[in-house]
Design a protein around this ligand. Structure first.
Ligand SMILES: Nc1ncnc2c1ncn2[C@@H]1O[C@H](COP(=O)(O)OP(=O)(O)OP(=O)(O)O)[C@@H](O)[C@H]1O
Ligand SMILES: [Mg+2]
Length: 243
């Protein structure tokens, strides 16, 4: 397989005295959609925060898009093309859809690049084109999630990091968001996706890792994990569940 676009190697990370991630190894190759699964508090968001430099790693290293990310400030990591859609979306809710998208593109210096990227985002999420003049905060949760992903795509990510895009969405919009995520593959966007909604995620991811108490306890092809009865019972909320 090609050289990884993102490598997390032996990473320990946490908050103050609390070490959350222990010796985590993860790789994402060019064009792959890789999922991180795990229950509440497993360390999924901590992993993404460590990758984008919101949290300093205690040991190990992280490389992305050919750059050693460890120790770099968050803006430098974003400029290297490692773009996070955070938990809870963090849109500019009083600004329009269009303004939010253009802010996402501010890392691109040349206007014509923004125009072509905007066309691609509108193709992926036609609803954003329709609603481009609407105030972001007045849209539904699903539409806001599409906007958050669209805004990240405006930065032309080399690696897109998504933190629980399905969180709090009604089942009907959930399907739409997952369909859009599956379309990311056709755009060739390399994606690391954190999700609790394991079955829907394994249906379109290439590979997945399961985090448990800050450690990778299972990794493999998504299709294999989806069919593994142990995984189904322990991590995917099927059968006897004790969480
Ligand atoms: N800012 C913080 N300060 C201190 N501890 C934190 C902080 N954020 C998270 N933690 C702790 O780190 C651990 C991992 O949290 P994290 O948010 O990474 O989990 P998660 O897998 O993303 O869970 P969820 O599915 O609920 O989003 C938890 O024990 C949590 O309480
Ligand atoms: Mg989280």
């Amino acid at each position: 397989m090609s050289t990884p676009l993102l490598t997390v190697a032996g990473v320990r990370s946490g908050y103050g005295d609390l070490i959350v991630l222990h010796d985590v190894d993860i790789t994402v190759h060019d064009g792959e959609i890789v999922a991180i699964l795990g229950s509440n508090g497993a360390g999924k968001s901590t992993l993404l925060k460590s990758i984008v430099g919101l949290l300093r790693t205690r040991s190990g290293h992280i490389d992305g898009a050919g750059v050693r990310l460890t120790g770099l400030p968050t803006e430098a990591i974003a400029r290297a093309g490692i773009i996070l859609v955070p938990e809870g979306r963090q849109l500019f809710s009083t600004m329009s859809v269009m303004e939010n998208l253009l802010l996402g593109g501010h890392l691109n210096r040349r206007q014509h690049r923004n125009d072509s990227q905007l066309d691609q985002v509108f193709e992926l999420f036609p609803i954003l084109k329709e609603r481009r003049r609407q105030v972001a905060g007045s849209m539904s949760g699903g539409q806001q999630q599409m906007l958050a992903i669209g805004r990240a795509l405006m930065a032309r990510p080399k690696v897109l990091l998504l933190d629980e895009p399905s969180l709090g969405l009604a089942p009907i919009v959930l399907g739409q968001v997952f369909e859009a995520l599956a379309t990311l593959r056709t755009l060739g966007v390399t994606t690391l996706l954190v999700e609790q909604n394991a079955m829907m995620t394994l249906a379109f991811a290439d590979r997945a890792y399961v985090l448990e108490r800050g450690r990778v306890v299972v990794e493999g092809k998504a299709a294999d994990l989806a069919n593994d009865p142990r995984i189904q019972q322990a991590y995917l909320g099927l059968g006897s569940h004790t969480a």
